[in-house]
Design a protein around this ligand. Structure first.
Ligand code: 5RP
Length: 226
């Protein structure tokens, strides 16, 4: 599939940002998984890195590839993180959380010197908001928070798993998928959501990504945050 090839190509292009001896944040999702598999090959060939996973499933994948892992308790600064995104705008503002890992992803990104986003061409947008914005909420507050977000103009849906049960994050919270349509002012929305009691974290990543690598067919487009 073209998208999968692009995801792998973008992940491969990110390898050059990872240097021997570094602490590496390991993202979550199908594109990040390509990166982790490629990193596993590099480790097998002698690259020394220590990874910090952003989800339980990423931790399991990295362990299966024998990538040495540490936690944020062992190291509070991460040299480089490679992660995917659901949407990326020209200012490298992101929507993340389609895979449900936005909370740990944002914590890891916030502790990272250089965050590299890897994506297929479909993730590059002029304006954020076509992809429903994931908002992680504590279960106690989900109905109240859903109402408050709806009052901001979004169509809000509690995320469910394949069996129809409410999806639980790695931190045992719920996710509300919020369709805003085009988000005119992502910075303001991020602020409003952050100030809402009951919101644990939202999927707007602003001022975090340093570089985005998009694969468009066989070409890699690199964007840097100004
Ligand atoms: C997980 C994420 C993912 O990075 C995002 O959903 C992109 O996933 P994929 O690479 O599978 O398209 O934010 O929480």
């Amino acid at each position: 599939m073209a998208n999968d090839q692009e995801k792998e190509a973008a992940a491969r292009a990110s390898l050059r940002f990872v240097k021997d001896g570094q602490v590496v944040g390991l993202g979550t999702g199908s594109t990040a998984a390509y990166f982790i598999k490629l990193l596993g090959e590099e480790v097998k060939n002698g690259l020394r890195v220590r990874g910090i996973p952003t989800s339980v499933r990423t931790r399991e994948l990295a362990m299966s590839l024998r990538i040495p892992l540490i936690t944020l308790d062992d190291c509070q600064e991460i040299d480089v993180t490679v992660d995917g995104a659901d949407e990326v705008d020209p200012q490298l503002r992101l929507i993340k959380g389609g895979g449900g890992a936005l909370l740990r992803e944002k914590i890891v990104a916030s502790a990272t010197r250089q965050m590299i986003v890897v994506a297929d061409a479909s993730k590059r947008v002029q304006r954020l908001g076509k992809f429903p914005l994931p908002v992680e909420v504590i279960r106690f507050a989900q109905a109240l928070v859903a109402k408050r977000i709806a009052a901001l103009g979004a169509e809000v849906q509690l995320r469910c798993d394949a069996a129809g049960n409410a999806y639980l994050t790695d931190e045992n919270n719920y996710i509300l998928d919020c369709r805003f349509g085009e988000i005119r002012d992502p910075d303001r929305l991020a602020q409003e959501l952050s100030e809402m009691p009951g919101v644990v974290e939202h999927g707007l990543f602003i001022g975090m990504a340093s570089v985005a690598l998009f694969a468009c067919g066989s070409e890699i487009v690199e964007l840097k945050r100004q």
